[in-house]
Design a protein around this ligand. Structure first.
Ligand SMILES: C[S@@+](CC[C@H](N)C(=O)[O-])C[C@H]1O[C@@H](n2cnc3c(N)ncnc32)[C@H](O)[C@@H]1O
Ligand code: SF4
Length: 398
């Protein structure tokens, strides 16, 4: 396990203003039934954990962490948004996820109209599960669909059948969920344009109000990376990824889902994920659970990763913080450009320094930043700029 907790305090200037900025709570559920070969998230199967940790010991730890967190933040602000992610939160069942939300209620409390999301894997959901989530107070569900092509799901090691995610969406909507997201992955080796088109059509037929689409990343240390290294699978091709992105964007926009962040589309302003907007706009959030990251007033910290270590440190009455860093003014500027430039609203040009401004002018001439938005003082990616978002960021902060 190897990680030792570090003593943790938040300096008074980081605490100043807590409550006047939007405040989110992220809860990390570190359990999955099986591991998908492309995924390097902090998650464990029951076989990997053995008797060292369980959903029960994790929930005990979580309750303790949230109580300590609310004490540390002083006049703890109620959560404007809660996001339970993973891992596979749906493995906890509706009752378990109800206990998680109760723990947030009894520590921070929920602000009126709070957005409360849980991620779920299609195969561990049912009509009763969604009804239970509604009753517990969840307002939004995010389901990992990835693709409707069986051979793509096989390469990704997904265990659900191609039709299950859209049936799960129908069940969630029948249970009263207005806000439902589907995640797609594109660029999987062997995926044809017709496979991707069929996946996006299925997303649109399902009638969700939010879509996240991610280019497949071959993460070091994963089974997928080993297969690519052995030559069993080709790595994703940048030109194909760009064409895939254009196809997804054109199909979603034609159906009224507009991009509001490079990888995220929503049917209306109310359908945008407020929790993620909090991350992208530099808000405060407490990330609870093994390996979770937090940010309050320019201080960032992260928890020990292993669930057994997490629970044992909390059982001793300490926060399970493995490391922390204070962002310098330059770090915060860089971060702001990296995150806000990916938003459809873009970034105010006055957030850039002299070199950055000159680069922004050049990016407008190169067709990567929008001309009219720049004239109004904002750096907004064009359609072509979105395909090269990371490169544009690098230019503006070089
Ligand atoms: C980490 S999962 C957690 C939620 C849930 N277990 C699931 O699989 O949907 C959240 C999303 O991250 C995305 N993801 C994870 N690893 C990825 C990778 N290597 N490349 C692209 N997307 C990835 C997937 O789209 C997935 O739906
Ligand atoms: S992609 Fe989701 S289900 Fe698959 S291992 Fe990662 S967290 Fe678990």
């Amino acid at each position: 396990m190897g990680e030792s907790p570090v003593p943790f305090v938040l300096p008074p200037d980081a605490l100043r203003g807590v409550g006047s900025r939007p405040f989110g709570v992220y809860v990390h559920v570190p359990f999955c039934a099986t591991r998908c070969g492309y995924c390097d998230f902090n998650t464990y199967t029951a076989g990997e954990l053995g008797s060292a940790a369980s959903p029960e010991s994790w929930l005990d730890g979580l309750r303790r962490e949230l109580d300590l967190a609310a004490q540390l933040l002083g006049a703890a602000p109620p959560a404007d948004t809660v996001f339970v992610g993973g891992g596979t939160p749906s493995l906890l069942g509706a009752d378990g996820l109800g206990h998680v939300l109760d723990a947030v209620r009894s520590s921070f409390g929920l602000a009126p109209g709070a957005e409360v999301t849980t991620e779920s894997n299609p195969e561990s959901t049912s009509p009763e599960f969604f009804a239970g989530l509604r009753e517990a107070g969840y307002t939004r569900v995010s389901l990992g669909m990835q693709s409707t092509a069986r051979h793509v799901l096989t390469v990704l090691d997904r265990v659900h059948t191609p039709g299950r995610p859209t049936r799960a969406v129908a069940e969630a909507r029948d249970a009263g969920f207005e806000h439902v997201n589907l995640d797609l992955i594109y660029g999987t080796p062997g995926e044809r344009t017709s496979d991707l088109r069929a996946s996006v059509e299925a997303v649109l037929d399902a009638g969700v109000d939010h879509v996240s689409a991610y280019a497949l990343i071959v993460e070091e240390g994963t089974a997928l990376a080993r297969r690519v290294r052995r030559g069993e699978l080709p790595p994703p091709d940048d030109d194909v990824l760009a064409e895939d992105y254009e196809l997804i964007d054109s199909m979603l926009s034609a159906a009224g889902l507009r991009w509001y962040e490079v990888s995220n589309w929503a049917a209306s302003e109310a359908a945008r994920c407020r929790h993620n907007l909090g991350y992208w706009l530099g808000g405060d959030w407490w990330g609870a659970g093994p390996g979770a990251h937090s940010h309050v007033g320019g201080v960032r910290w992260w928890n020990v990763k292993h669930p057994a270590r997490y629970s044992s440190v909390l059982a001793q009455g300490h926060l399970p913080v493995a490391g922390q860093e204070r962002l310098t003014g330059d770090d915060r500027k860089l971060e702001r450009v990296m995150l806000e430039l990916r938003l459809a609203e873009g970034l105010p040009l006055d957030a850039l320094d002299g070199d950055g401004l000159r680069q922004a002018e050049q990016a407008v001439s190169d067709g990567l930043l929008d001309h009219a938005a720049a004239a109004e003082g904002r750096a907004v990616l064009t359609d072509r700029g979105r395909l090269l978002a990371d490169a544009v960021v690098r230019r503006l902060v070089a």
